[in-house]
Design a protein around this ligand. Sequence first.
Ligand SMILES: [Fe+2]
Ligand SMILES: [Fe+2]
Length: 164
Amino acid sequence: MENTKEIHDLIVTDNIPSILEFKEIIRDIATNPNVVALKERVQHNNKSRYYHCLCVSYYTYCICKKLKLDYISAARGAMLHDFYYYDWRDKNVENQKKFHAFRHPRIALNNASDLFELNNIEKDIILKHMWPLTIKLPSYKESYIVTLVDKYCATYELFKNFKK
Ligand SMILES: [Fe+2]
Ligand SMILES: [Fe+2]
């Protein structure tokens, strides 16, 4: 995996075969205007929610492909795992921050189901990605990988900002 170049830039610009395949797998999701709107939502520090989902999706794709898992469902589910629009930091909404971790997976799943035909792995990935915070165990290996990659990417996005 790339370490010197921003992964987002790599995905957007490079044309090496694995990235072309990845882009093709998520194309309909990544270009849907409702998903593209996540570029306007801040996830961690100055990174957009779209960027975060794209990174989680790409790393998930790489790992699942290496492990011979269902990398297509994994990448697609990961791209939609944080498909919600509200700002969890909004102090004007009561209990927004408190319950965010528990409620946004269901909101993301509802939003994703409205727009895309999801299989069971994709649904499980979206709904259980906050595990172990949300107690219900993921049902697929692909879902466990997304829980790990999501935490890795979130930590990286936060850490990068501290370094600056
Ligand atoms: Fe999330
Ligand atoms: Fe996330």
